[in-house]
Design a protein around this ligand. Structure first.
Ligand code: ADP
Length: 426
């Protein structure tokens, strides 16, 4: 194994794995920290945690456990992967986890770069843009769990860190690998522990990946990963594998589960509804009243067995705010996640074999409920969202047959994503 990745949520893990596969690195994603040995025939292993929104001490504990397992598997470089919108709570967890990983690796310096230009995420003068908007003007300001109200990444990260946070500006990144490497060394010499690095295109990400070739730890969104396979190939560590993304065909029924309220997902749900396709809305207030919503959804789904169904909790920002004011944000989120996870479980037991899940936290809950241990990463549906072949834990009763999962981060995917994803494996 060359690269060990620690991802702070499930869709994020799939996103970075997809990036690596695309460039020919054989990549396996494991769910949580496994007990056993490294997966066979993998150049990179991505450990998917659910650590983005938990207490910082818990996120540090889980991330260090992942690091120790990846170290035992022989990884030579490590990558802490967070969201391309730098999702974090007021307390962290990007800063605390990055610093704990650095310390465990005996290192004193790393970079931070969430840029993913193909998906419109760029960093300029330390400010994160989503498309043409500053992060703080984008839909992320209304996120149910990690509202992002400041686009200045140095200002966001510094209060989360013990060490100093610096900035390497685009002018240097653009000059090429060596000037960038020198700039990073200069930051380190000045006592900076984490340098935010500007990147507005893929070339900048490639330069950054190459400039970081000797760093034990990289922290980034999935974008920087696109440059790593070429770096490893140049170092003689691997040869790209053209079949790295091949998955088997899988028959059976199909469904979409949607717990994301992000803007892109709202549009995707609206498109599905506008086309008159079957959809069941999960009402958070009904969950709070103790109604058996998951059972109702599954019964409804049984009546629509002949076609793909959508079960969604997605609501407008205004509606989510009202629900959160009534029920509490964390409680509402947990209720919805638990309900959708039960629906996913029931659907798979009833024969669904191609399942699209929208939402990072939602995907985490679904994958846990299905006892998925490992995902082999296939071809992308849209940037950052591949189909994956799930390997279910042996003891589980969830799915004995192959199961294809597409785990979509809230803001990813084109407006017709759900239909497009299902058509790709239909
Ligand atoms: P994204 O990838 O868009 O951030 P997530 O699944 O990570 O999506 O997060 C969305 C969160 O919002 C989840 O915890 C989910 O349970 C919660 N949620 C979904 N629908 C509602 C709703 N109608 N009211 C309140 N919370 C909701």
């Amino acid at each position: 194994m060359i690269l060990g990745v620690i991802a702070d949520d499930f869709t994020g893990a799939t996103d970075v794995a997809s990036m690596l596969v695309r460039a020919g690195l054989r990549t396996v994603q494991v769910i949580g920290v496994p007990e056993g040995d490294a997966p066979a025939q993998a150049d990179a292993v991505v450990v998917a945690l659910k650590s983005r929104t938990i207490a910082p001490a818990d996120a540090v504990r889980d991330s260090l456990a992942a690091l120790r397992w990846l170290q035992a598997c022989g990884a030579r470089q490590f990558y802490f992967k967070y969201c391309s919108t730098f999702d974090s709570t007021a307390q962290g967890n990007i800063g605390p986890v990055a610093e704990a990983l650095l310390e465990a690796l005996g290192s004193d310096f790393t970079v931070a770069c969430p840029a993913f230009p193909e998906n419109g995420r760029t960093v300029f003068r330390g400010h994160l843009f989503v498309g043409n908007q500053l992060l703080s003007d984008s839909g992320m300001r209304d996120h149910p769990l990690t509202p992002m109200t400041d686009a200045n990444l140095v200002r966001v990260l510094q209060p989360q860190c013990q060490g100093r946070v610096g900035l390497v500006s685009y002018e240097v990144v653009q000059q090429g690998v060596e000037p960038l490497r020198h700039a990073l060394e200069a930051q380190r010499a000045q006592g900076v522990r984490i340098a935010v690095v500007d990147a507005i295109d893929n070339q900048a990400l490639r330069n950054l990946a190459a400039a970081c070739s000797q760093l034990p730890l990289i922290t980034a969104g999935s974008g920087v990963a696109l440059g790593l396979p070429a770096v490893y190939e140049a170092m003689g560590l691997m040869k790209p594998d053209a079949r790295a993304a091949q998955l088997p065909r899988v028959g059976g029924e199909e469904a979409v589960i949607c717990g994301s309220c992000s803007k892109a997902t709202q549009e995707q749900v609206a498109r599905w509804l506008a086309q008159g396709l079957p959809a069941f809305r999960v009402d958070a207030r009904a969950l709070a009243r103790g109604e058996e919503v998951a059972t109702q959804a599954l019964q409804w789904a049984r009546e629509h067995r002949d076609t793909a169904v959508l079960v969604y909790a997605t609501a407008s920002a205004e509606e989510v705010r009202a629900i959160q004011a009534e029920l509490g944000a964390a409680r509402a989120g947990a209720w919805v996640e638990a309900c959708l996870a039960r629906v996913a479980q029931g659907l798979v037991q009833a024969g669904v074999r191609r399942l699209v899940v929208a939402g990072g936290e939602t995907s985490g809950a679904v994958v846990q409920a299905l006892s998925v241990a490992q995902l082999r990463i296939g071809a992308p549906i849209d940037p950052g969202v591949p189909w994956t072949l799930a390997q279910v834990q042996p003891a589980s009763d969830a799915a004995a047959e192959p199961l294809l999962l597409a785990l979509k981060s809230g803001n990813f995917g084109s407006v017709d994503f759900f239909a497009k994803a299902l058509a790709q494996v239909g």
